[in-house]
Design a protein around this ligand. Structure first.
Ligand SMILES: Cc1cc2nc3c(=O)[nH]c(=O)nc-3n(C[C@H](O)[C@H](O)[C@H](O)COP(=O)(O)OP(=O)(O)OC[C@H]3O[C@@H](n4cnc5c(N)ncnc54)[C@H](O)[C@@H]3O)c2cc1C
Length: 509
């Protein structure tokens, strides 16, 4: 099993072991440095190395540590942001280009699985979106029209091959599903075979743009002619943090009591919607259902989201056993399309790919193909449409990475008697809470042994207060999605610095 940026264990994570790194050279200078070992970073690194660039891939933890290890891996052209919205915000030409690029991304993944004989259970499927009331019927008609205009092969169907009632439904052909981590690993292996270098456990903490782009990661410094931030959201402070809203989505995997797993992809139209599919992993079929999305840090009891999702699954399917529950983070772009290209506020040479909504298997692959073309100087019809600079940079937002959060340190080393913290009395082992002591806030986690882990709740990114995520046992920032473990160590960008430890010496039974 590999690590992921949360406490829960995903189906994919459970069924894979550490990537067998074989990179041999550790030069200091590269053509392109790619930061982030998810589907975006690994696919981009592979394509650029294949195109003749000398590439270095830096990953803060392990390959698949981020959302790629916590995805549900539908490969769909029927996207989370409706084609109606895309057409309204960007025009018909753009919605056609997005539909085409999404289909190309699925074909690219299929081609990779065939060419490299990747054992990732890739299978083509149809997608069904279904309505369950009059209002949804109307929205579905509009979406069917917009998706057809965008070039998707959409048909109306009377019923679903699923034990769920609907009032209307559409079917879209040409979709697929797969296990994301075996796919990721094979691309990473091929990248290394081509001479690419991967370094895991190497978190980038500073970036300086001189004649080259110089990247600091722990004790190392590397230089590249180009830098690609495939970190899901760029680290540091950037305009894109105001243009991408962090969300958490939940998933469960289940074994059914009858061997009748839905083979296609299904989406209802609830708010938030449920997404359903199945996958065979190590010879066992699993039903995988996702949903219960909410803005990061905006839900007090995230365990409740799992319970609600599980109840929904049990209501509709003959569940024998829920085998995994997990959640992960995604970023919703404010205008509906991802931001792929040059990082706003920076000159050339630094690129970013973010704002994928719940379609990052597709958009991560689109990003890799687009960035490869950009670096090769080949025109791509999405370059302008997805340009992160389509939103004009705001003065003062160009300084990214290098910012020192000046958070309160008054509590460091201070002995606080347990009696002064009555709020801790009802804190159960495994729970966390932000409490106030002498008008200062502390984020306190009590571990299973009753030990307290106390940090400042002030996010080191832009100084918002973090919230406790009970499901993932992490401190999550509601502002821009930075996340920290119970000791305050960074789990997710955009933060690059740990929460300040407070070393409160209170003993609470
Ligand atoms: C529950 C859920 C279900 C989803 N289901 C689907 C789906 O069915 N289909 C679909 O297409 N999309 C889906 N998505 C979205 C998709 O999974 C993501 O968009 C995609 O995985 C993002 O990939 P990525 O490579 O860009 O980012 P990530 O996978 O998050 O990878 C980023 C990597 O960068 C590393 N990193 C971060 N900061 C640094 C640093 N400073 N230095 C070095 N490394 C760093 C991280 O450790 C991480 O490994 C889902 C998302 C969620 C939350």
């Amino acid at each position: 099993m590999i690590n992921r940026d949360g406490y829960t264990i995903s189906l994919w994570q459970q069924h894979i072991s550490a990537f067998p790194l074989s990179s041999k050279h550790e030069d200091k200078t590269y053509d392109v440095i790619i930061v982030g070992g998810g589907i975006t970073g690994v696919t981009t690194a592979f394509l650029l190395q294949e195109a003749g660039f000398k590439c270095l891939l830096l990953e803060a933890a392990n390959l698949g540590f981020g959302t790629t290890g916590g995805t549900t891996a539908h490969l769909n052209t029927l996207l989370d942001v409706s084609y109606e919205t895309i057409e309204k915000n960007f025009g018909l030409q753009a919605s056609r280009a997005i539909a085409k690029a999404s289909a190309n991304a699925i074909r690219f993944i299929e081609k990779m699985t065939q060419e490299y004989k990747i054992d990732c259970g890739f299978q083509t499927a149809d997608a069904y979106q279904y309505a369950q009331n009059e209002e949804q019927d109307k929205a579905l008609v509009r979406e069917a029209t917009a998706a057809t205009n965008a070039g998707l092969d959409v048909s109306r169907v009377a019923t679903l091959p699923l034990p769920i009632a609907c009032s209307s439904a559409i079917q879209v052909k040409g979709q697929a599903k797969f296990s994301p981590l075996p796919y990721l690993y094979e691309l990473a292996k091929e990248f290394e075979n081509l001479g690419g270098v991967i370094l895991e456990n190497t978190r980038v903490t500073d970036i300086a743009h001189n004649e080259t782009v110089d990247v600091t990661a722990g004790e190392h410094t590397f230089s590249g002619r180009k830098l690609i931030l495939a970190t899901h959201i760029p680290p540091g402070i950037n305009l894109l943090h105001l243009r991408c809203v962090p969300y958490r989505s939940y998933a469960v995997a289940a074994r059914l009591s009858q061997n009748d797993y839905p083979q296609d992809l299904y989406y209802d139209m609830e708010e938030p919607f449920h997404y359903i599919r199945s996958q065979e992993v190590d010879g066992q079929q699993y039903l995988i259902v996702g949903g219960e999305d909410h803005k990061t840090g905006h839900h007090e009891n995230t365990n409740l989201c799992f319970r609600q999702l599980e109840a929904w699954v049990r209501k509709h399917f003959p569940v024998a056993e829920i085998t995994q529950r997990w959640s992960s983070q995604f970023y919703e772009p404010v205008d509906g399309l991802p931001y792929i290209g040059q990082l706003p506020g920076e000159e050339e040479d630094i690129y970013v790919a973010t704002g994928f909504s719940g379609n990052g298997m597709i958009y991560g692959t689109v990003a890799a193909l687009l960035l490869r073309d950009m670096l090769l100087g080949v025109q791509h019809e999405l370059e302008k449409i997805l340009d992160p600079n389509r939103l004009k940079p705001i003065a003062g937002f160009s300084n990214f990475i290098s910012h020192n959060a000046d958070v309160a340190k008054q509590f460091v080393g201070k002995l606080i008697p347990a009696a002064s913290l009555p709020q801790l009395a009802d804190l159960a082992p495994g729970e966390g809470k932000v409490i106030t002591y002498e008008s200062e806030k502390m984020a306190i986690y009590k571990d299973e042994a009753g030990e307290l882990h106390t940090v400042s709740p002030v996010c080191t990114h832009m100084k918002c207060d973090v919230s406790w995520n009970s499901g993932e046992r992490s401190w999550d920032c509601p502002c821009h999605g930075a996340r920290y473990n119970t000791d305050g160590q960074v789990l997710n960008c955009p933060s690059t610095m740990a929460l300040h430890a407070l070393h409160v010496a209170a003993t609470v039974k």
